[in-house]
Design a protein. Structure first.
Lengths: 476, 476
């Protein structure tokens, strides 16, 4: 193990060096759980902010500004003196030499490693769809989706050809999971509540919002009854929900859909196997998820197993098989929940699970440092909730007396309180509450900026034949 | 005049068609002043938002989120039914055929035209400096500057070479006008108040913030006494203010500065004509301003005069010479203020002047529609103010009893109230107040996101040898 690398936090330190890759829910919790441990922690993330992903769809739909759901990572660790945070992209992990390699060529030696690099969207091998149907996993993704949605309305005001305008006013969300449901519901609200009255050449409330789901119902992690209620609430908002609708092609004109057999998709329109096209200029991908490429990299180096989504199969204690000094947590881990003599159950890819894994891996790491045996991971499932739009959501809570299920306005209020509560940082909580209170009363959306579309003036400033401008007197 | 163009707002309308190019302070006021006129107005802007430029430096220094100083243009005109707003870039003006040409190839015919396209920064013919010293005129500019400032600190934590680290921790602002003074003061605050405690390998408060001004004092539009006070306040914040410092070269390593003769720059360091270099990775341009290229385009078509900064010399009533149907206002106009028998005085390039010109051009336009004579423009100068940092500003007010001048905390409070008051939109005013109250008490800065640096995951998600991810069951 090399001690000459620049990033040994302190060359003379005998304290164990912990490297945590990724500062999402899992990585952040792991680092915090080691706050009073006598270790040197380095947290590496490729962005400078922890992102509250459950509200990312609000940035994509212009309801929240990016800073409202982001907290600077080094601010979060300001008081935790055993943490050094670094902005950097991890490109490889040397599991033999025990070092993490950054894109800049630097390496971070570790005694213990926590890999919490998360997941991204996946196009199931159809990467050419990415250009036409962006997904929403990062702030950059979200502002790009926001730009596309707002630009479609802007162009519809400029373009008077009815066929083109209809394609501009057709918004398609692919995937009926929580993100897809939230996106579709919010898109419908934008067309019906936010924009009416602002255009002179068309009526925004005539926009067509479709939610396509390949399976037989939306929100498949929920009980069927709540899926049905969510579908009803979506339809009440004006969303055209199509289950049993498999996307077979996407390009810049729109997409092609194949109708599933009735057994697969109960509400499928038309006969099974029928294909039809939807002309749309704004297609949003909320369908597939794949683990970070670091999963495959660990597989290559250690021979560990990964599942079809690229997630690493971990030991019961969340360590990497054969590497008790490496922990894999969050969306990158194919983990199982252990409870007494029950059969281990797969852990879902949700933020409460990532946080629990972060705390558990940190606790096991401390046990190992103290020479104690590690404990198997047990996932506490508190339930599931999804919002649909203003005043509508579905909630499915786990309780000792059985499941508690409700929907509508009370579910929406519950969802709101839960999300505000878990949002990182007091400042952001207040901001988001303020934004939502304001949006609720006015139906307005705060962050309607088409930013990426703006030409960078320093390069575009001068006309080709324009002579250089004269300096004002006295300026450099 | 062609009537076949798609954008005649209503083909059968006999109402005069007004086109307003640019929705900054001038264009927005002109359109609003025509609210009850029997005309069809089209407002064209290349962004979808009106920008409150006086606070743009706050976005560049991570104090405010972009939406806090931006209002969607079509939202501002929602109730004004005689306005159609269009997102588009004007590339030419056909003053003979009376039509405005958009980049998309479309043309907007007009009976009356208001050109309010504003200004951008100018590198005085040294456009190669743009890449190394971005200016701040648009939201895109501001987020790019924010990215550079935050990235410099991030890299300083990663890079341990003392020479490189010093260049990363040296921030240079070029130009001692209001924007330069605000930027330098805020940069000093970030290093001294916001960031301390967050880095493990260096002390952020040791960062070096320089303000370079070619002339003999900062804030040259102010009386010398207030310039002196501003300089004192900047120095108290830790800014290294250098007047008589002319920039002769900028590249990715830093810049070269030439010391002016003592007559030019009173506080110049070293002997006159001496050259020295400053190693800096973050150089910000706040020096030169040039009018929109549309000024030169009008000159080419009509033979009108433009000054060295590309501004159009207009008639006393703000119309284009020889074209009583075209009005040029705001930073694009080299206008003069007329008052009784006094000698006409140049109108400064500030937002109150742009707003007054907008209202005046609209009033003259209505007079012309009614066959009345137009009136010469008179600029009401209420004074001048500039902020320097927390609790410090300088104010120079014009009053019937003579100038009122003050600085320090009261001036800062005055500046704050004035800016909040003039900020467009109740929503934004509250937001900004909230952000500032929070920043004031905590010294924290809200919007510390390095967004542009984030890789777009949809393309970068898969490792080269990674097979396509499997679809989760039931998803499209």
């Amino acid at each position: 193990m090399s001690m000459s690398t620049t990033h040994a936090p302190s060359p003379v330190s005998a304290r164990p060096r912990i490297v945590i890759v990724g500062c999402g829910f899992g990585g952040l919790e792991a680092a915090r759980a080691l706050a009073d441990a006598d270790v040197d922690i380095t947290v590496v993330d490729r962005t400078n902010h922890h992102l509250f992903q459950p509200l990312l769809y609000q940035v994509a739909t212009a309801g929240l500004a990016s800073p409202a759901i982001s907290a600077p990572i080094r601010r979060l660790f300001r008081e935790q003196r055993n943490v050094t945070s670094l902005l950097g992209e991890v490109v490889d992990i040397d599991t033999q030499g025990q070092a993490v390699l950054l894109q800049t060529g630097e390496s971070l030696p570790y005694d213990h490693l926590v890999v919490a690099a998360g997941a991204t969207h996946s196009y199931f091998g159809r990467d050419e769809w990415a250009a036409h149907a962006p997904g929403i996993k990062t702030l950059a993704d979200a502002t790009e989706v926001r730009r596309r949605i707002l630009m479609a309305y802007e162009e519809a005001e400029r373009i008077h050809d009815p066929v083109q305008r209809e394609a501009l006013l057709t918004f398609v969300v692919i995937g009926g999971g929580p993100t897809g449901v939230e996106m579709a519901g919010t898109l419908a609200e934008i067309s019906r509540r936010t924009l009416p009255g602002e255009f002179r050449h068309f009526e925004p409330s005539h926009a067509h919002v479709l939610l396509l789901e390949g399976g037989s119902r939306v929100l498949q992690a929920m009980p069927p009854e709540l899926s049905r209620r969510a579908e009803e609430q979506l339809k009440a908002l004006g969303v055209d929900v199509r289950t049993g609708a498999k996307v077979t092609h996407i390009d810049e004109q729109g997409l092609e859909v194949e109708t599933a057999s009735p057994a697969e998709g109960a509400a499928a329109a038309g006969e099974a196997g029928a294909r039809y096209t939807i002309r749309s200029k704004t297609v949003i991908w909320a369908a597939g998820v794949a683990a970070s490429p670091l999963g495959r990299i660990l597989q290559r180096h250690t021979g560990c197993e990964t599942d079809r989504a690229g997630r690493v199969t971990v030991e019961a204690d969340l360590s990497l098989p054969g590497h008790p000094e490496v922990w894999v947590i969050g969306d990158l881990a194919a983990a199982r929940s252990h409870h007494g003599n029950e059969l281990p159950k797969p852990v879902p890819g949700v933020s409460p699970a990532a946080k629990q894994m972060g705390r558990h891996a940190a606790a096991n790491l401390r046990r190992r440092l103290q020479g104690q045996a590690t404990l198997p991971f047990h996932y506490r499932d508190y339930g599931n909730l999804a919002t649909i739009g203003r005043n509508s959501a579905v909630v499915d809570l786990t309780s000792p007396v059985g499941p508690i299920r409700f929907s509508g306005w009370t579910a929406w209020l519950f969802w709101l309180v839960a999300h505000i509560y878990f949002l990182i940082g007091f400042r952001n909580r207040l901001m988001v509450l303020f934004d939502w209170a304001s949006a609720y009363w006015s139906s307005q959306r705060y962050a309607r900026i088409i930013a990426n579309n703006e030409p960078h003036r320093s390069r575009a400033a001068r006309a080709p034949d324009q002579p250089p401008a004269a300096p004002p007197p006295g300026e450099a």
